[in-house]
Structure formats: C-alpha cells, structure tokens
Design a protein around this ligand. Structure first.
Ligand code: NAD
Ligand code: MN
Length: 514
C-alpha cells in the first residue's frame, strides 16, 4: 500500500498472530484455574481501517518534516513486543523550529482571529475525531496495549468531548471571568504521558487553543501514534499551520522543550520525579507551569456501603487500563468488620476478569504499556512480597508474547509498606483496614500524593464529612474513575498543581489582566 506522500505502509500483522495465541490457549484447557476461551470465543476488533506508516516525521508548521536529528525510534506494540513504526526524534534544532513556528502562528494568525472563529476550528477537530473514532481507538490499542473496549468507549469519546467542551468556551471567556478581562499567554509547551495518549493530548490542546494560545505538543515515546494521527485531523480541519506542532522523541526531547526560553507556558503530565525537575528548572524564569503528577489514591469502604457495588468500583479503580491511571484507586481501606467478606468477594469477582489480547472486545485487562513499565511493576511486586502482608494474584494464563501482568493485591498492609506509598502504575492494589472514620482519613492522607479518593457509604453525611477532610483533588462517592470535560481534575501535594477540565481548566492558559 502507498500513502499520499508515497511512503510504504505496513498492514497490521498482529491480529492473526494473537488470534492463534488465543486458539492455543483454548486448546490447553485445564492448565489454569480458569480458561476464558472456554466461555467466550475470541472477538477480535478488525485493524483494517488503520494504516500505519513505516515511518513518521515531525509535525511542524502544518506539515510533516524530517527531523534535523535524522534519528528515529521504534514504537512497539506491547501486546506482541513487535515494532509498529519508526518515529522521529526531535533534537534541539527541531524543538527550536517547532517553537518558532508556534510563535509565528500566534503572532500572525491565532491571536488575531476572533474567538468565535477559534471555536469553529476546535469544533471541527472534535467532529473529525468523532468521525474517525474507530480508527483512533484501534491505533490507541495497538500502540499502547489498552483494551479496545476502553479505547473505544472511554479514551476516544472523551477526547472528542473535551474538544467540544472547550470549543464552546472559546467565545465565552468573558463569562468565565465576569467583570474581568483575560488574555492568552502565547506559546505553550505540552508534555504528555503514555497512559491515555490521545485523551491527554486533548486535555492539553483543547483549553490552550480555546484561550488563544499556540502549542508544541510532545507525546510519550511509547505511544506517539495517535498524536501523529491527530496531526492529520488538524490538517483536515485546516487549522492554520503552526498553531499546533507535534514533536516526538524521548525524555531528552521533552527536556529540550522545557529548556526553550521562548515558551510562555509549560504543561506537564507524567512522573513526579520529572515534574519536580521541570519545576526546579523553571523556577528562576517564572514561566507559567501546571503539573499533573502521580498518585496513590485511596478507596475508603465503610461497612454500610453497597458492598457489591463497591467491589465493582474497586476493581474498576485499580485494574482499569492495567492500573496505568494517575488517579488509580491503588489503596483500599476497608472498615475492619467487613474486610474479610469484602476480600472474598473481590477475589471471586476477579475470577471473571479477562487478561489478554487488547484487541479482543472481551478483554478487561490488556498489555502493560512497555517492557520498562512491566519490569518496574514486577520489581515493585517483588518488594511487596518481601514485606509484611499477604499476596493474591489471579491465576490465569497470560499470552506468551507481549507484556502482561495478572491483577493482584496485597492484604494486611500498613502505611509503612512500600506498596502503600510508592506509585506502581500497574494492576497492584494495597489493602488495609480501619476502625473509625478519623482513622480512615489519617490513613488515606498518609501519602506524598493527593490526587483522588473514593468513598463508599450509604450515608451522605458521612461521605460529606470524610470528603471534606481528605487531601485529594478529585473525590468520587459510590463510584470511581468517572470523567467529564466539565469537571476539573488535578491534585494536592506532590500530585501537582493546576486543573484540567471545566472552567478551572481555562485558568492555566490565561492571564487575568484586571
Ligand atoms: P515520565 O515522566 O518519564 O514521562 C512522561 C513524559 O515526560 C514523556 O513524554 C517523556 O518523554 C517526558 N519526559 C521524560 N523525561 C523528561 C524530562 N527530563 N523533561 C521533560 N520531559 C520529559 O514517565 P515514565 O518514565 O514514562 O513513567 C514512570 C512513572 O511515572 C510511572 O511508573 C508512573 O508512576 C508515573 N507516571 C505517571 C503518569 C501520570 O499520569 N501522572 C503518567 C505516566 C507515568
Ligand atoms: Mn507503542
């Protein structure tokens, strides 16, 4: 196959290989306690509508450009370990070009456009994303390993919804800040992680553009492909060249971007370690910064909670997206009197979780995003096993290829256990107990982070009281991991600062003048 620009394309070979893996699994009946293929035949999503180029260049000034560095890296499909495509590495000169192009676009076009016209472009992006949703979902799953049902039902619809939402704000900023006048910042550098690749791109770009800024976006090195596909959408939407530039590469590319003196704003989502380094680097300059970093969020389940519903919420909170969620409910605080039956119900429910080929529509838990992350999670599980407490892991056959980890949890944990403190970013839950609401609050707050929490109780007054004492940016009651573009998201303490989503999500991209 040939693309428009004459590049060779590869059809995606993974579907057949994985289907045959699954058939092998189903012929090995009896080897594991539960064989999923016994009750569900593989239901693989087709990869037909996605065409992956063999090589991707940088997206600068509205067009694909070969990198000055002449270097490329491979993006891997973590469900197979095979390379999907070669992707450009932006060096310092490439970053300079991208920032320059964003600056020109800001000065000459975007800052001069009426807010309503800006909004129209953003609406167009949202609509095209909706039209091409299936293509994006499959590509997200191939590049990042998340189950297709999540990419299809969560990531892509929410990304489109985010563009729709902020498109609406573009010409209504005066209502967001009544009686005040606001202005855009200029050029934004935006660095995103690999757990929700397209969604994080939307969280960054949509409010920035709505507020009248131009952008240089740096996707994560393990999941660059949907951001690069988004560059096609931007072209299709006829967004003026340079308003959004997408530069790929490793952490080094990211650090060239944050060190560039021509930026007015940096937005970063990723590890606390890198976030802190960025904040230190920017301190003398005072460039506006927002950080969305890690978490060690707690569920608090009271004995009066609807237990089956809470079990479902806890499962969703930690095993959704392989636990690659910054606000994952990675700690579970159970009221002592219900701890035992709750844990039994949790185990029973876990028996029905399907771990395997992310392209299978029945898969609940897909591939760990990269070999490095797989190794990191395994080493943390090892540490957890050496410390006091008990360990349970779902006994299920994992695909032979790719990076998979069966969901697991540690019980009898205290706040001094490593896994009650360290962010794992994997399907690993740490369980402890409490006797009083006050003890639950102390334990939930006993972490360097403060991103999210979940409270489970039938009593509204108890929920309200406990919520008011938790240091967490997002608190769900009797549910978990629910997102909406209209609701602000962000952290306390070392989970970062600044909010994304909602009216509050405009603030990091504006200056209130008077
Ligand atoms: P990371 O922070 O290194 O990577 C996130 C993004 O930052 C990527 O685009 C990366 O290329 C870029 N980056 C890396 N170093 C940089 C630097 N010095 N300057 C500028 N940009 C830089 O995260 P990781 O190594 O991929 O994951 C490690 C851990 O981080 C995970 O195990 C998890 O605990 C945490 N994490 C959190 C989130 C989140 O959403 N809060 C997302 C990803 C990872
Ligand atoms: Mn990849």
């Amino acid at each position: 196959m040939l693309t428009k620009n004459g590049e060779e394309q590869r059809s995606v070979q993974t579907t057949e290989a994985l289907a045959s893996d699954q058939r092998k699994q189903s012929s090995n009946k009896g080897q594991c306690s539960l064989d999923f293929a016994q009750d569900y035949a593989p239901a693989l999503e087709s990869t037909q509508m996605v065409s992956i180029n063999s090589r991707y260049d940088l997206f600068i000034n509205g067009k694909q450009q070969a990198p000055h560095s002449k270097s490329y890296f491979q993006s891997i499909n973590p469900a197979t370990g095979e390379s999907l495509a070669e992707v450009a590495i932006a060096d310092e000169q490439d970053v300079q070009l991208a920032v320059q192009s964003a600056r020109n676009a800001y000065d000459k076009v975007w800052s001069k456009l009426s807010p309503a016209k800006r909004g129209r472009y953003i609406y167009r992006i949202a609509r095209i994303l909706q039209e091409r949703a299936k293509e994006f979902a499959v590509l997200e799953t191939l590049d990042g390993g998340k189950p297709i049902k999540e990419a299809r039902d969560v990531d892509i619809p929410l990304a489109a919804a985010h563009f729709f939402y902020y498109a609406g704000w573009a010409d209504k900023l005066e209502y967001a800040y009544p009686g005040k006048s606001v202005r855009s910042l200029g050029v934004c550098g935006q660095i995103i992680p690999w757990n929700f690749p397209l969604l994080m791109a939307a969280w960054k770009l949509a409010p920035a553009l709505a507020c009248g800024n131009t952008c240089v976006l740096k996707p994560a090195e393990t999941t660059p492909l949907t951001a690069l596909l988004l560059s096609e959408v931007l072209q299709e939407a006829e967004l003026p060249p340079g308003v959004v530039n997408i530069i790929t590469g490793t952490g080094e590319t990211g650090s060239h971007l944050v060190e560039h003196k021509g930026l007015d704003k940096i937005a970063f989502t990723g590890s606390t370690e890198v976030g802190k380094a960025i904040a230190r680097g920017l301190a003398p300059r005072g460039t506006k910064l927002s950080l969305e970093l890690g978490g060690k969020s707690a569920h608090i389940v009271f004995k009066d909670a609807a237990i089956d519903q809470a079990v479902e919420g806890v499962i969703n909170g930690i095993y959704f997206n392989q636990g690659h969620v910054c606000c994952a409910g990675s700690r579970l605080l159970l009221e002592e009197s219900i701890a035992e039956p709750f844990i039994e119900k949790l185990k029973a429910r876990m028996q029905n979780l399907r771990v395997g080929n992310p392209l299978d529509k029945n898969t609940d838990i897909g591939a760990i995003n990269s070999k490095a992350q797989w190794e990191r999670i395994q080493s943390l599980i090892k540490i957890g096993k050496q410390e006091p407490g008990n360990f349970f892991q779902l006994d299920t056959k994992l695909p032979e290829k790719g990076y998979f980890i069966a969901p697991c949890f540690f019980t009898d944990q205290s706040s001094s256990n490593s896994l009650s403190q360290v962010e794992v970013f994997g399907p690993v839950l740490s369980i402890m107990t409490f006797r009083t609401p006050a003890e639950a609050v102390v334990k939930a707050n006993n972490t360097q982070y403060g991103l999210a929490a979940g409270i489970w109780s039938e009593k509204g007054s108890k929920i309200k009281d406990v919520a008011s004492r938790l240091n967490a940016g997002v608190i769900w009651a009797n549910t978990y991991n629910k997102f909406d573009p209209g609701a602000p998201f962000g952290g306390f303490k070392e989970s970062g600062y600044g909010r994304e989503g909602g009216l509050q999500g405009l603030h990091p991209y504006l200056e209130v003048v008077h």
